[in-house]
Design a protein around this ligand. Structure first.
Ligand code: PLP
Length: 439
């Protein structure tokens, strides 16, 4: 721990809940004082004591161009001088929507929001409004923001609380949620074809939507089994439910077209956030016109003073232009770097041979699991066979060696356009030293 971080934490604890504004940044995740950061440059974060870190968290995926990218600095400096926010119709709003509709074959219309949670809330309401149905089918371990209706089975729990895989026990993740808010939410096991067939046969005819993360991103990184998401899409359609792909993490990250492109899907509704804003708050709901038109004139209501903020839209445009240049070279580059980092971690783990480690990754996302399994396929594997305390120890020791990964095993690491092969090698060296010193 750095001295200034410790004293800031002590001050912060007196005036901020947990000393921070989201649990993943504070003592719940760090076990004590977090590192307070003063600035970022490229792939580096600098703490308040001047220590430098290779940043593999990248603001939970919000920074495909890294910190203080010159194009983004130029965009914000230019645009802030012309006014911060108007809450009026904007030319840049049309321009960014045109880029997005041109890029995403399953999207004919978009609606901008600020955060993933807001976009997801509007998408669920739209699915219910469009179909006239109430049920939402979601999966164990999937997170779609902190809205009441879907805030269940998103945290790791002991195996005794799972329930039968055919009928998972519904576990509310927060106090303050009335049971009726979740009465129409069905929870199913993910990555399991039988469970999918069963839940769709039972609830599909009343379901407004089936919602899934494309790659599980809130239990480390867990890819879908081959054909699983396609089957989900087919079954949703067969039952008249919307297939809702939540690409808040994976959109503009795993490929220009996210998981939809990667796995050949054509979701009815899709939400994006994080990477889309290039570091500013920007999210969106997209889909076919026939569905999206449900939002017209507040038929299905979605309002917001800060929707389509002009600074965030300009940065989004800069991020997209940069990543899409040269036939989407930016997306290929971050994917390549992410996979190289994952491979280097596997190599270091094998060479050390002191701990059971699996590294899972898809393109620019990866996570280290301390586990005796060969692979983690779902929430139940994660909860029962991943040593989360050991991962926290690993991440905190890495931090002491100048490598920043979030200490929560449920999260993941990410590459950006400004990481380099030298960052990968340096991270590999730090990891080798950490694995040697860990008990
Ligand atoms: C898949 C998914 N959906 C929605 C959200 C909510 O996004 P936000 O944190 O921007 O509200 C998250 C956040 O991690 C997420 O991982």
């Amino acid at each position: 721990m750095t001295n200034t971080s410790q004293s800031l934490f002590e001050r912060g604890m007196k005036v901020l809940v947990e000393g921070v504004s989201s649990a993943s940044r504070g003592p719940a995740t760090f076990g004590g004082a977090p590192r307070y950061m003063s600035h970022g440059q490229g792939a580096r974060l600098y703490d308040v004591d001047g220590r430098e870190y290779i940043d593999w968290m990248m603001a939970f995926g919000a920074l495909p161009l890294g910190h203080a990218h010159p194009a983004i600095v130029e965009t914000v400096s230019r645009e802030i001088a012309r006014g911060s926010h108007f809450a009026t119709a904007l030319e840049v709003e049309v321009e960014v929507a045109e880029i997005l509709v041109g890029l995403l074959p399953h999207v004919e219309k978009v609606r901008f929001a600020n955060t993933g949670t807001e976009a997801c809330m509007a998408a669920f309401r739209l699915a219910r409004g469009h179909t006239g149905r109430r049920k939402i089918i979601k999966f164990e371990g999937h997170y779609h923001g902190w809205w009441d209706a879907v805030l269940l089975n998103t945290n790791p729990v002991p195996a005794t609380m799972f329930g039968h895989p055919n009928d998972p026990i519904r576990i509310t993740d927060s106090s303050g949620i009335p049971p009726e808010a979740q009465a129409d939410t069905i929870v199913a096991r993910w990555n399991d074809f039988d469970a999918l067939e069963r839940v769709m046969a039972q609830h599909g005819p009343q379901a407004a939507c089936v919602v899934t993360e494309g790659v599980m991103s809130n239990m480390g990184v867990i890819p879908p089994r081959p054909g699983y998401l396609q089957r989900m899409q087919d079954l949703a359609r067969a039952h008249g439910a919307l297939f809702y792909l939540d690409e808040t993490v994976t959109g503009f990250r795993l490929a220009a077209g996210g998981c939809a492109e990667l796995y050949g899907l054509s979701p009815d509704i899709v939400t994006y956030g994080k990477a889309l804003g290039g570091g500013l708050p920007m999210a969106m709901i997209g889909g076919r016109d026939e569905i999206m038109s449900g939002l017209e004139w507040g038929k299905v209501l979605h309002f917001g003073t800060h929707n389509a903020g002009r600074l965030a839209l300009h940065v989004t445009k800069t991020m997209l232009t940069t990543m899409l240049a040269d036939n989407q070279a930016g997306f290929r580059r971050i994917g390549d770097l992410g996979q190289k980092m994952a491979e280097e971690m596997r190599r270091v783990a094998r060479a050390s041979n002191r701990h059971d480690i699996v590294v899972q990754g898809v393109n620019s996302m990866f996570q280290v699991f301390f586990t005796d399994l060969d692979a983690i396929h779902d929430y139940r594997d994660f909860c029962t066979r991943v040593d989360r305390a050991k991962f926290r120890d690993f991440a905190l020791r890495l931090m002491d060696k100048g490598v920043y990964m979030n200490p929560s095993a449920t999260l993941h690491s990410l590459s950006s356009l400004v990481h380099t092969e030298e960052d990968i090698a340096a991270t590999g060296r730090a990891m080798a030293a950490v694995l040697d010193e860990m008990p």
